[in-house]
Write a protein that binds this ligand. Structure first.
Ligand code: ADP
Length: 812
């Protein structure tokens, strides 16, 4: 029988021709069939209720399928846990899909099959020998489902319905979504292929999950993911479409505008105009060619392209820069002297140095051989001296502030393609000057910092170096620019903060703080007439007596220069202008109404210096070697372990110095009448409020000692007394620097008595006579002399009885 059947089958197989389709005649299938020809699917999973087509080339499988097809038997599709083309029995899932073969198409070496899933089979045995078949039982399909399964089915439907209008859902599936006939298990199976399209392992996991609720749960999660991905893709597509449409519209409108302009005004060839202008600039040939090439490139770029914008900016910058225009130097030393004197009071040494520099320039025609750096506190006339130099030479003047610059591109510009690119400050200054040989002031170079964006100081070196600055390269301009005829002048407040390489190239001219007398002269002769003129009041209208001026200087300003003094004078002049305009009764400025003019903001520090409190004394400081200042030094006792602490942001040297003071005080305690108990039971806290930036050093040594001794002995200090001097641990007073400026600062602060190291006496020649006249100066060589002048009572050693007590204490 078997044989017969086989013979019959063989006949049938032979009848099938290549590419011929044989439709199965429905045969009665064996419901009890336990053994099935197996079909190994490696890239798709067969699922109940779903038809699929596959190709097979494996001879054994081909043979088996043909046989099953001919016998009208169902087959079992199996899948592997590990994706592989070869069949490996140990990797197969133990659940397969029972399938009916719907079609067989012979093709080449193998066949193409169309099968429809019919149920799940629990596989018990697999044979892959001469035939590939499985033995197993049909798994009874669940027909009762939990409430949760129905809910999940509804949830999945509502998620997928979001895509109802998308082509992505096949029509059959769309029908399924509304088909209430499918039970939850069938519904879940119907989605397996759609939701896990190319992922066989996900398909398999869903297929082998026999718990319908779990299968639906997983499908729900995958469906949400799936919809989200599709929605995101749609959103992106919409945005891209919108952008494309917008840019097409803009392009279209621009083209129209172009045509309308041409129609209205005739074709103006802007590029031709640019070419003409560039040729007239007289720039070096090589650079000119480069610019012309860029202009020609502009002609080829489409209207509205960003590149066109960059090039136009570049060409416009080239056209704005001076290339040959220059002023003729007219250095007449006598005239220069006149200009400097007319515009500035005193500053004799400075003026002399500048005249010498001008003489050298006149002879050598080299302006940058030595670069002048004017150094000094704010308001001492650095900027105005630079302006006078330009005046005296008949050159244009430009000024660029470098304070706070931490980025090299501020000096050297940004590359053209950088958003909002422009040339650096040097070329911006050159545009402003309009000539190739201005006097160019680089202000506050000590306030530049360097960070990750490059070192502005090195860019500046290139600007100043005569060997390089005839071909200075700005990132934006790209072509070299000649700065060799520019006369650069630099300014700084503190030369210590200028990078060494730069400092090395400079000739530093110091402008010192002004004395009160100098300030008064400057105010009367320069600032007042200037401000009267600016306020529009006739010269001589504002009458400021010497006494008034002195009060304004001492009580309303506190500076080495005259900047805020000038502002106060400007305020007064504006008040006079208001009287004149409103017709209000004129009230001449006098001592009684000073506050009405200048407000109540006085210098209150004087009150502290006048007090002469216990533990308080005035120290003197100097910043950058030229800017003097006064510091209040305080000391107080705090019950606790014996120690000394210094606060107020002191530097390392100051901290060391306070330790020396402590050693000295302890070693001389007995001699100075300091109670040893007091030393033992207290910590000493020394504080210096508002130490200016850059103040560091041991020169506050004698002042700290005085404050500490005063606190320990409870003896008040002498009012209006200031001091400067380093202290040795054996009480010697050692010399310090910056005496002149420290004493001028003391005088400015209203101090009457100044204690200085004996060794510094020789520096007093520098001190203006008027300051010498006002200040009482004591030059000392020991701390005992200091304390004699600085404390209101003489120190006397402790009685010997006390000593005994102390010794007893010691023993305790
Ligand atoms: P700096 O640049 O040093 O900060 P400025 O040059 O801006 O100071 O000076 C501030 C003001 O003081 C200016 O109006 C300046 O003309 C004036 N000034 C400073 N020193 C003198 C002086 N020696 N003679 C006349 N005016 C002066």
């Amino acid at each position: 029988m078997q044989e017969n059947n086989n013979q019959q089958d063989d006949k049938k197989i032979k009848e099938v021709k290549p590419d011929e389709v044989i439709e199965i005649q429905e045969k009665e299938q064996t419901p009890k069939q336990k053994k099935f020809f197996a079909l190994y699917l490696s890239n798709i999973v067969a699922v109940p209720g779903i038809s699929l087509t596959c190709e097979i080339n494996n001879d054994i499988e081909v043979q088996g399928m043909k046989e099953a097809f001919n016998r009208g038997e169902q087959i079992v599709a199996v899948a592997s846990k590990i994706q592989a083309d070869e069949i490996k029995i140990e990797n197969l899932y133990d659940i397969g899909c029972l399938c009916a073969i719907k079609r067989v198409i012979n093709q080449g070496d193998g066949i193409k099959l169309m099968v429809v899933g019919d149920g799940r089979i629990k596989i018990k045995k697999v044979t892959n020998d001469k035939t590939f078949y499985v033995e197993g039982d049909l798994i009874e399909e669940q027909n009762e489902f939990s409430q949760r399964s129905f809910e999940l089915m509804e949830n999945i439907k509502s998620v997928l319905l979001k895509l109802a209008n998308e082509r992505i859902l096949p029509p059959s599936l769309r029908a399924n979504l509304f088909d209430s006939e499918l039970n939850p298990s069938e519904f879940a199976d119907s989605l397996i292929h759609l939701l896990s399209k190319d992922d066989v392992s996900v398909q398999s996991k869903l297929f082998v999950e026999l718990d319908v609720e779990k299968r639906l749960n997983e499908i729900y999660r995958i469906a949400q993911d799936f919809v989200q991905r599709i929605e995101l893709r749609r959103e992106i597509e919409e945005k891209v479409n919108a952008n494309i449409q917008k840019s097409q519209k803009e392009m279209y409108l621009r083209e129209q505008l172009h045509v309308i302009n041409d129609e209205l005004y005739g074709e103006v060839d802007e590029n031709e105009e640019f070419i003409e202008k560039v040729k007239r600039l007289g720039m070096p040939k090589e650079s000119e060619e480069k610019v012309l090439k860029e202009i020609k490139r502009m002609g080829k770029l489409p209207f509205g392209s960003p590149e066109l914008g960059y090039i136009r900016n570049f060409v416009e910058t080239v056209l704005e820069l001076p290339w040959t225009t220059k002023t003729e130097d007219n250095i007449d030393i006598e005239k220069a002297k006149q200009v400097l004197n007319d515009e500035h009071y005193a500053l004799e040494k400075v003026k002399q140095r500048i005249l010498e520099t001008l003489a050298v320039i006149k002879l050598t025609k080299q302006v940058n051989a030595q670069i002048i750096c004017l150094a000094g506190p704010p308001g001492v006339g650095k900027t105005s001296i630079a302006k006078s130099i330009a005046n005296a030479m008949g050159r244009k003047y430009v000024q660029v502030s470098l304070g706070g610059v931490n980025d090299e591109s501020v000096i050297r510009g940004h590359r053209r393609t950088y958003v909002g690119a422009m040339c650096g400050r040097i070329l911006a200054g050159m545009k402003q000057a309009g000539t190739i040989n201005p006097v160019f002031l680089l202000d506050e170079i000590d306030k530049m910092t360097s960070d990750s964006r490059g070192d502005p100081a090195s860019a500046l070196l290139e600007v100043l170096d005569p060997a390089q600055n005839d071909h200075f390269k700005d990132n934006f301009l790209e072509i070299p620019y000649d700065l060799s005829q520019v006369m650069f002048i630099l300014t700084a407040n503190d030369i210590n903060n200028i990078p060494y390489a730069l400092r090395d190239r400079m000739e530093i001219i110091n402008l010192r703080s002004y004395t009160e007398y100098e300030k008064m002269e400057i105010a009367k002769k320069y600032l007042l007439p200037k401000q009267e003129k600016l306020a529009g009041v006739p010269e001589g209208t504002v009458k400021l007596s010497d006494e008034l001026l002195r009060r304004i200087i001492a009580e309303y300003t506190f500076e080495g220069g005259v900047r805020s003094l000038e502002r106060k004078i400007a305020t007064i002049c504006r008040k006079y202008a208001t009287f004149m305009v409103t017709g209000e009764k004129f009230r001449d400025i006098c001592e009684e109404n000073l506050d009405d003019y200048l407000g109540k903001e006085r210098n209150r520090e004087l009150d502290i210096y006048k007090a002469g409190n216990v533990g308080e004394i005035v120290g003197l400081s100097v910043t950058g070697g030229i800017t003097g200042g006064v510091l209040l030094i305080e000391a107080t006792l705090v019950p606790g372990k014996p120690a000394i602490a210094l606060t107020g942001q002191p530097g390392k040297m100051m901290k060391e110095s306070v330790e020396q003071v402590y050693t000295l005080v302890k070693s001389r305690a007995k001699e100075w009448g300091i109670d040893k108990k007091c030393l033992k039971k207290n910590a000493i806290h020394v504080h210096i409020p508002q130490v200016p930036n850059g103040v560091e050093g041991p020169s506050a040594g004698i002042a700290m000692t005085t404050a500490v001794v005063s606190a320990l002995t409870n003896i008040p200090t002498t009012p209006l007394t200031a001091m400067t001097g380093e202290i040795s641990i054996r009480g010697r007073v050692l010399p310090i620097g910056g005496l002149r400026d420290k004493l001028i600062a003391a005088d400015r602060a209203g101090i009457k008595l100044c204690i200085i190291p004996k060794d510094n006496e020789i520096d007093l020649w520098e001190l203006p006579q008027e300051v010498k006249d006002r200040l009482e100066i004591k030059a000392v060589s020991t701390i005992d002399e200091v304390l004699e002048y600085a404390l209101q009572q003489k120190l006397s050693p402790k009685e010997s009885k006390d000593d005994d007590d102390e010794d007893e204490d010691d023993e305790d």
